[in-house]
Design a protein around this ligand. Structure first.
Ligand SMILES: Nc1nc2c(ncn2[C@@H]2O[C@H](COP(=O)(O)OP(=O)(O)O)[C@@H](O)[C@H]2O)c(=O)[nH]1
Ligand SMILES: [Mg+2]
Length: 488
């Protein structure tokens, strides 16, 4: 993975470059930040200026120097821009950003998955903008997680305490960034969402009524699926937001495609969230990267965020009953012997379950599906060892219908599987746990007996001593009951 700035230098080189600018008196400083949980925020922010949106006070320099050029303060905001083929948009975007962040210390990080020369355009424009600009270009093999993966990688590169995520096609107004930052600081918010659905917001830039419908529908769906986590959030689908980098737990994120905000809000701990309105504009140039595939990715991610993995596995397994039953019935109906029909239908169900597991359970597996399939199919075909003899009895001997027999054999396979797992896996553990606890009880009994025997013998010893003293006047004056007052 390469991360390059204008001259095609590596990310490391770019950071070194930034650090050296610090020494020359720019806005970065050497100390680490205390809230850097991820260890990713390499550059510090020394005490904030009087107001976050106010230009920081100068610490020296000539009157001719631009304000803020000799401060030992890191950038206040890192603007992360995911780009995929935005060559025609990055120049106007950079110019507007430069203007909008004038007076703030910021930096721009492109996480680029383009094949249209977007990094080259950025490299050409970069010398003419004031903001430090970095490009992290991902080769096709490195484009894990699409848009969401790009944003997540962008978080790792942020030098500022706040990251603002903004699209590269000018649908989000860079001029709103100071307001996002101001709101975050004023309300101590972890996330400030640019929303199209609060006062001051507008979604008029959405292309067509279908996109409007998809946007409002998926917003509603998300809030319905996560009513508590997303309470009060009007625009879960927003791609324009600010986040305090310290609250981003990248290890806990599984970004896949669009809607990284949903992932952040749901997968992170409790976050203080605010929203401000903005007008969603039309795309400046080029075409949208959104597609039906992205829609499917979103639905899958929503499901995975809501339902834990074991439950997803169980659901997929249970759903396999349908193709199994239907397949057996249909194949038998068209003339196949019921045992052959059961074997073939089981293969259909195994394929169904495999796809379900790949898409919904282990949805981030990489590598060849073809390689995983044989082992999966073998394990799932073991059921037939139980089911085929049972089917032979139910249909062949008892003359029950194929449908009901298939259902019964599937249920029997589940019960046998349960019993086998219960006896072989869990009972054995339970037995060994019981043995351990019985041993512990008997050891305790032995040690208690030893304690009481010790107590008895100690009492005997002391009684003997007392009685010996009682007969010997040299051991102090005997009391009336025969116990010497000198014995303690
Ligand atoms: N790095 C990266 N950026 C992407 C990817 N897909 C979309 N983007 C960027 O994400 C932003 C939003 O995408 P866009 O195509 O405008 O989608 P739309 O606004 O929903 O129509 C734009 O800046 C895109 O260039 C991707 O796979 N990787
Ligand atoms: Mg767009």
């Amino acid at each position: 993975m390469t991360s390059t700035d204008q001259g095609g230098r590596t990310d490391q080189a770019s950071r070194t470059d930034q650090a050296s600018r610090t020494e020359q008196g720019s806005r970065t400083g050497p100390a680490g930040r205390p809230d850097d949980r991820t260890g990713l925020l390499r550059l510090p922010v020394l005490p904030h200026p009087r107001h976050p949106l106010e230009r920081p006070e100068r610490t020296g320099g000539s009157a001719a120097e631009p304000v803020g050029s000799r401060l030992d303060v890191g950038p206040q905001v890192s603007v992360v821009i995911p780009t995929r083929n935005e060559a025609r948009n990055v120049e106007p975007l950079l110019r507007r950003l430069d203007e909008a962040l004038h007076g703030l210390s910021g930096e721009v990080i492109f996480v680029d998955d383009s094949d249209d020369g977007t990094p080259e355009v950025i490299a050409r424009v970069r010398p003419s903008v004031r903001l430090p600009v970095r490009v992290h270009h991902r080769t096709p093999a490195q484009r894990v997680g699409g848009l969401g993966g790009a944003v997540s990688e962008g978080f790792a590169l942020c030098a500022a305490p706040y990251a603002v995520i903004i699209d590269g096609d000018l649908q989000h107004p860079p001029e709103t960034i100071p307001a996002l930052l101001g709101t975050a600081v004023e309300h101590a918010a972890d996330v400030v969402i640019g929303s199209r659905y609060v006062s001051g917001g507008s979604a008029s830039g959405l292309a067509g009524s279908m996109r409007h419908l998809v946007s409002t529908g998926s917003n509603r769906l998300c809030r319905w699926v996560f009513p508590r986590r997303l309470r009060g959030v009007s625009d879960v689908m927003s791609g324009f937001f600010l986040v305090r980098v310290a609250v981003v737990d990248r290890a806990g994120l599984r970004p896949d495609g669009y809607k990284i905000l949903l992932e952040l809000l749901v997968a992170s701990g409790r976050l203080r969230v605010r929203e401000i309105g903005y007008a969603f504009a039309e795309r400046h140039a080029g075409t949208s990267n959104a597609s039906l595939t992205e829609g499917a990715r979103f639905a899958r991610r929503l499901f995975a965020l809501r339902v834990p993995k074991p439950a997803r596995f169980a659901l997929v397994g249970a759903s396999g009953t349908v193709p199994n039953l239907l397949g057996t019935a249909v194949l038998h109906h068209v003339g196949l012997h019921y045992l052959v029909a059961a074997i073939v239908a089981t293969q259909i169900a195994v394929g169904w379950n495999f796809l379900g597991c790949e898409l919904l359970v282990w949805d981030r597996e990489t590598g060849s599906r073809l390689r995983r399939y044989p082992a999966f199919a073998l394990i799932n075909n073991l059921d037939l060892v139980i089911r085929l003899p049972l089917l032979a009895v139910l249909v062949g001997r008892w003359h029950l219908g194929v449908g009901i027999s298939t259902l019964m054999s599937l249920a029997a396979a589940v019960i046998v599987r349960y019993l086998v797992v219960d006896r072989l896996v869990y009972r054995r553990r339970a037995v060994s746990e019981r043995a351990v606890s019985e041993r512990a009880v008997s050891e305790r009994a032995v040690s208690e007996r030893a304690v009481s025997e010790r107590a008895v013998s100690e009492r005997a010893v002391s009684e003997r001593a007392v009685s010996e003293r009682a007969v010997s006047p040299s051991h102090g004056r005997p009391s009336e009951d025969g116990v010497s007052g000198a014995v303690s």
